[in-house]
Design a protein around this ligand. Structure first.
Ligand code: CUK
Ligand code: CUA
Length: 636
């Protein structure tokens, strides 16, 4: 944007604000009056008093930490971490039999083979996009779906217990990035983009290539939301970045920043334009019915490359990134990244576009110039959009309708206001903003750099998730929230949508295997204090009731494969126990009415204390016992 134009905007802003008498000038900076006084501001309070509850849940991704974090908003207090792709020291995620089963169940056979001597599971992930299941265009509180860019997986979290319950590895692609659930009529399918282009049969037959246009591919994957099995994949030209779904259940949109199929930065950004791919879900499902697909690695793969009846490609300026459906149910925003613009599509035109009655130009209804580095857009439900400007380190509020009128040639400026954020924002998200119930109250800017905003903690600085009050005429930055590596994205869900339980159902499928094994061993999990020997396998069953385990000690022989099952018998909420076995690297959470189990080899003879690591009782320290490992008799 030109200096001239910028100046004009500043003047316009000052004029409008001055007319209401609500501003004071401080050394050139213009601040809303109340905001300038002792840091107070008009609008919503961010202060949640001790004992009071937040109005919203925030489900925050954690990037390369591989977990999901649950915060309250507006306080931004962190309440829970849900391990997904990571190994968790506190809960035993990645170590308990229950979690390993979930991690391995949806694993591809070749990955199982690859991990055989490396712990059996991946211990890292790169979780970018958490999205809740929908019913009729708004959150239904049932599941969260998340991606793993690092190890090409999609996972599901049950919102009733806030635990991961399914992880599916996706074949034929590499690096799952953009992910969204179907919005309407309800989430039956979850869509996930493979980002990197690779040889589809990636067995080393094809390595480097001078003809990537026919050797390297990627696909969009559709998973069944209930079974988490793959329904189909659609092969596309270029690569795939971010993705969103419409409010009609008909179309899926994906940005592509590497239409060139380049292997390095220069090649990837060579063309002045890339594209958005639009998937016609109904036509794809018809293709599956009539058999118009190829089967690759057991997955039905539909051809969605140029010329396919199942997709359309719309050119947008080079290297688009975020893809966001507006809560008006009509507009899709494609964020320019290398272009200072965002491109606005009108979904009502897509039926005609797919029938070749109109051209791609007809589908684009606006392309406002917003600033440098637009990455993601959020909405207030009142026709306004908020776009992060990565390079400018700003949040820009703009009006969709005005952008459309400007595109038609009217002399209107869609930009309403810009504020600085600190610094380099990636995603942003507004309260209920990706649902038809977008309420225009809060906006969070997830900034990649924090630099001088917090006490210096050395080389690795936190990210900064900044809370912005968008309920009034002006955006007001009200809170800086440091966060560890590296939340990309979040959703802000009204608390009325989320209803977790506090005590497990004894019949929960989570420990189905433990239940079956106990039955086979003639053990009642609820009354157990048993040591069952089965060759060199030993199964130890105990219960936990504050402040004691039902077994004070158990004895095994050196070299035994030991499985310990602990059942928490408490009926009181928040009374979590744990089982930590000293000098064995073992610890697990056992929530009220939950059974948890862990299997290990008792190779070290001697006495090893186990204890409860969740402070549960005045005698919590005494909640312990001993594992006695009898040395193997030396062979004579
Ligand atoms: S991507 Cu990270 S800032 Cu993975 Cu959603 Cu845009
Ligand atoms: Cu049980 Cu501490």
């Amino acid at each position: 944007m030109s200096e001239e134009k910028m100046k004009f905007k500043r003047r316009g802003f000052l004029g409008a604000a001055a007319a209401t008498g609500g501003v004071v000038a401080t050394g050139g900076a213009v601040l809303p009056k109340a905001f300038a006084q002792e840091g107070k501001h008009e609008g919503q309070s961010i202060h949640v008093n001790p004992g009071e509850l937040d109005e919203y849940y925030v489900f925050n991704s954690s990037g390369q930490t591989g977990e999901v974090r649950v915060l309250g908003l507006p306080s931004m207090r962190e309440m829970l971490r849900i391990p997904v792709f990571n190994r968790c020291s506190a809960t035993g995620w990645g170590q308990t039999n229950e979690s390993i089963k979930i991690m391995q169940e949806g694993m591809l056979p070749e990955t199982k083979e690859f991990l055989k001597d490396q712990g059996g599971v991946y211990f890292n992930g790169d979780l970018h996009h958490p999205h809740m299941s929908f019913t009729d265009g708004t959150y239904d509180g049932k599941y969260l779906f998340v991606n793993d860019k690092a190890n090409t997986r999609v996972a599901r979290i049950r919102c009733d217990v806030m635990k991961t319950d399914k992880i599916t590895e996706i074949p034929n692609v590499q690096g799952i990035h953009g992910l969204r659930p179907q919005r309407f009529p309800k989430t039956e399918v979850v869509f996930a983009n493979g980002e990197h282009i690779v040889p589809t049969i990636n067995d080393g037959t094809i390595l480097d290539s001078d003809t990537p246009e026919k050797d390297y591919w990627t696909m969009m994957t559709a998973l069944d939301a209930e079974t988490m099995k793959i329904r189909y994949q659609v092969r596309v030209d270029g690569n795939l970045d971010n993705l969103d779904t419409d409010y009609q259940g008909k179309y899926v949109f994906s940005t592509c920043y590497n239409s060139e199929k380049g292997f390095d930065v220069g090649a990837m950004s060579a063309n002045p334009t890339d594209w958005v791919v639009i998937f016609n879900v109904k036509r794809i499902e018809e293709a599956l019915e009539k058999g118009d697909y190829e089967e690759i690695n057991g997955v039905k793969v539909v051809d969605g490359t140029h010329g396919s009846p199942y997709t359309r490609y719309i050119s947008v300026p080079s290297s688009p990134h975020g893809c966001n459906a507006a809560p008006d149910g009509i507009h899709i925003i494609l964020n320019g990244k290398l272009s200072p613009t965002v491109t606005v599509l009108d979904v009502r035109k897509l039926d005609d576009f797919f029938d070749d009655k109109i051209t791609e130009e007809d589908v684009i209804v606006a392309q406002p110039e917003l600033g440098l580095g637009p990455l993601h857009t959020a909405f207030d439900g009142q026709g306004n959009a908020f776009t992060t400007l990565f390079i400018d380190s700003q949040m820009v509020k703009w009006n969709i309708d005005k952008a459309i009128r400007q595109y038609k040639g009217e002399d209107v400026d869609p930009i309403i206001e810009k504020i600085d954020v600190h610094y380099q924002p990636g995603h942003n998200h507004s309260s209920m903003g990706e649902t038809k119930e977008a309420d225009g109250k809060w906006l969070v800017s997830l900034n990649k750099f924090s630099k001088d905003r917090f006490l210096d903690v050395g080389v690795l600085k936190p990210e900064n998730d900044q809370l912005i009050d968008i309920s009034g005429e002006h955006m007001k930055l009200v809170h800086d929230g440091p966060s560890f590596a590296e939340p990309h994205d979040m959703i802000i869900v009204h608390r009325s949508k989320v209803n977790p339980i506090s005590i497990w159902d004894r019949n929960d499928p989570y420990w189905e295997d433990a239940r079956k094994q106990a039955e086979a061993d003639g053990v009642n999990l609820d009354e157990s204090a048993h040591v069952i020997r089965d060759g060199n396998k030993v199964r130890v069953y105990m219960t936990a009731t504050a402040p004691a385990f039902s077994l004070n000690s158990f004895e095994v022989e050196q070299g035994d494969e030991v499985t310990v099952y602990v059942t928490n018998k408490e009926l009181i909420e928040d009374l979590t126990h744990g089982f930590t076995l000293g000098d064995h690297g073992i610890a697990m959470e056992v929530g009220p009415q939950q059974t948890s189990s862990v299997t290990f080899k008792a190779t070290r003879p001697g006495v090893y204390w186990y204890y409860c690591q969740w402070f549960c009782h005045a005698l919590h320290m005494e909640m312990s016992g001993r594992m006695l490992v009898k040395p193997k008799k030396a062979a004579s």
